[in-house]
Design a binder for this molecule. Structure first.
Ligand SMILES: [Zn+2]
Length: 146
């Protein structure tokens, strides 16, 4: 029962994808907003949709299903969010302080939430800790703590 519910919530997460080749491998340039690009074909016009819509687009184009591994980190929609969307997500979370401390155990700046989270993301991108942050956020989302 719990799994079905998790899956439904999970499926409501939008994914970023390349509208030219439908790749989910979206990169970004650290420190530059709106710098998302497709790591497979270089397209910079990145689109978003629900994961199940993307799976349908992919199947229509390529004639076979690409089933996203929903239990892996890399297959989770949060993994494919842009820095900007991740930041928005963290800003909406009542647990943002705990998540910040998971990435930086000695973090000690707590101003207004928006300032704190912007500073935090600058550090995360510069220190190349996005994968660590994404894992922390995905684990919390699975425990309904995001
Ligand atoms: Zn592409």
């Amino acid at each position: 029962m719990k799994n079905t519910q998790d899956l439904n919530e999970f499926d409501l997460e939008p994914v970023s994808y390349c509208p030219k080749c439908y790749s989910l491998k979206i990169g970004y340039i650290p420190g530059v907003d709106d710098s998302d690009y497709c790591m497979d074909c270089g397209c910079v016009d990145i689109a978003r949709c629900q994961i199940q819509d993307w799976e349908k687009l992919y199947e229509d184009r390529y004639g076979h299903k690409y089933v996203v591994k929903r239990n892996s980190f890399e297959g989770h929609p949060l993994w494919n969010l842009s820095v900007k969307d991740l930041r928005k997500k963290l800003l909406e979370s009542p647990y943002y302080r705990e998540i910040i401390r998971e990435v930086y155990p000695n973090w000690n700046y707590y101003g207004k939430a928006v300032d704190t989270i912007f500073l935090f993301f600058d550090n995360v991108v510069n220190d190349r800790l996005l994968p660590k942050l994404k894992k922390a956020m995905i684990l919390r989302q699975r425990n309904k703590e995001l």
